[in-house]
Ligand binder design. Structure first.
Ligand SMILES: [Ca+2]
Ligand SMILES: [Ca+2]
Length: 247
């Protein structure tokens, strides 16, 4: 153990107390505003046999996909014929001129739980945990085989985004563009290139100690530096060693 390590322990203790109130947060890869508060009520894209809809997003850092959430309402006002929607992650097919959904990376599905035009946030959990690379475009795509009583992907209020849709079919996309965006949340787990760089800023500084302490207090598995399943002094030593070793 170096003397530098010793000097840092009182700092850990003080920061640890200060950080106790901070709960662990889910990592948002992409998020539009929600569908509520619009002057004209709810507006959205029909998702049915004759129209699929995609929303494009670009991760700011590397993540693995955890889940996709979309606000959906329904054209089934009796609730007796709920539509099934396939919610997928696609690559971006960009030929240099147009940007549209390209290849399917993984597909989940949900049954529309809204009855009529009352939006419900539908969430599907990723099984494949596809890698989402920083700066690369991806699409969240909604498709459905039903011809009526279909789900409707509700627009985010006071927000815009990059979308595309098909017209009269399920998979021939029209050129994407900026405009009204369907309300969407993409969540993921950051991929850590260098363990000690807790905030993935590319540099090692006090904020990485703060980040480690927060994760330690939240009993986040990332803070179990020595991977023994417990959160102890040895994790602080392990982190300090990683920090001193540099990235
Ligand atoms: Ca950092
Ligand atoms: Ca441990």
């Amino acid at each position: 153990m170096t003397s530098r390590t010793f000097r840092q322990f009182p700092l850990f203790a003080a920061l640890g107390l200060a950080a106790l109130a901070s709960p662990a947060q889910a990592d948002i890869v992409y998020e539009t505003k929600g569908p509520f508060g619009g002057f004209f009520g709810f507006v959205g894209f029909d998702v049915f046999a004759f129209q699929s809809v995609g929303v494009r997003f670009t991760p700011a850092q590397d993540y693995t996909l955890d889940r996709l959430s979309v606000w959906f309402m329904s054209n089934d006002f009796e609730g007796d014929n709920p539509a099934t929607v396939r919610l997928s992650l696609y690559t971006d097919n960009n030929d240099g001129q147009i940007s549209i959904p390209g290849k399917e990376l993984e597909t989940m599905e949900f049954i529309v739980s809204a009855i009529g035009w009352e939006p419900v946030l539908e969430t599907v959990e990723s099984q494949a945990h596809t890698l989402l690379e920083a700066g690369v475009n991806y699409w969240v795509v909604a498709m459905s085989d039903v011809e009526s009583d279909n789900g409707v992907w509700v627009w985010a209020v006071d927000d815009t985004g990059f979308t595309s849709n098909t017209s009269g079919n399920q998979d021939i996309w029209q050129p994407g563009g900026e405009g009204a965006v369907a309300a969407t949340i993409v969540e993921g787990t950051p991929v850590r290139g260098c363990y000690a760089d807790m905030d993935q800023s590319g540099t090692l500084d006090l904020f990485d100690f703060l980040g480690f302490v927060n994760l330690f207090n939240a009993a986040d598995p990332v803070a179990d530096c020595d991977a023994d399943g417990a959160f102890t002094l040895f994790d602080f030593l392990c982190f300090t060693n990683a920090f001193n070793a540099g990235c």
